[in-house]
Design a protein around this ligand. Structure first.
Ligand code: IMP
Ligand code: MG
Length: 185
């Protein structure tokens, strides 16, 4: 069934099916289970999603979360086209009082880790009781930081992907599957 999903073209680049929507769903459910088991029933965590890429993951994650929780977003940007610029900008911050709270930052993908470093400095003086990071996708070959990532859905190749919230120059976020850039195309 999976090889029936055709290649696609977005702007100037071609992409091929890499992770089917059904596999993403399974992975998200497993992550939710693990986080819920670790935090327990009474933690009332604040799930903070990093926009824009996280919107689909966040929506699927919290709808499966079995206990009381809060949902919030912040917005960061580091990519231009298919390359990380290395400079992370915070475009929309967090307004909630997070003192004494359990905070789980949800990321669509951790690549170089630059965004993660920025996230840690953003949250460090807020008196948070328990701070964790959960990312759906992780590129181990690209990651160059020492910061821990408590929950990783899937390790992936060090190649550019789109779909399920992730974009190429603004397009492709609506695709239900994850597609990988076909080299040199
Ligand atoms: P980092 O700061 O290099 O870890 O990159 C984190 C952000 O870059 C992610 O939250 C994404 O928004 C974006 N990003 C990294 N890799 C990809 C990719 O393969 N496709 C689309 N966006 C990506
Ligand atoms: Mg992102």
């Amino acid at each position: 069934m999976e090889n029936m999903v055709p290649d696609i073209k977005l702007l100037d680049k071609k992409f091929r099916l890499y992770i089917h929507a059904s596999q993403i769903e399974e992975t998200v459910k497993k992550m939710v289970q693990k986080v819920a088991d670790d935090l327990g029933e009474d933690a009332c965590p604040v799930f903070v999603g990093v926009l824009n890429g996280v919107f689909m993951f966040m929506s699927d994650f919290v709808r499966h979360y079995p206990y009381v929780c809060q949902v919030s977003f912040l917005k960061m940007s580091s990519y231009e086209g298919t390359d990380s610029t290395g400079k992370v900008k915070t475009l929309l911050g967090i307004n909630e009082d997070l003192k004494g709270r359990t905070v789980v930052v949800l990321e669509d993908i951790v690549d170089t880790g630059n965004t993660l470093v920025e996230l840690h400095s953003l949250f460090k003086d807020k008196g948070i009781k328990d701070f964790r990071v959960a990312t759906l996708f992780f590129k181990p070959e690209s990651y160059s930081k020492d910061l821990p990532i408590e929950y990783v859905g899937m390790d992936i190749d060090n190649r550019f992907i789109v779909g399920y919230g992730l974009d190429y120059n603004g397009v492709g976020r609506n695709l239900p599957h994850i597609y990988q850039n076909i080299e040199d195309k």
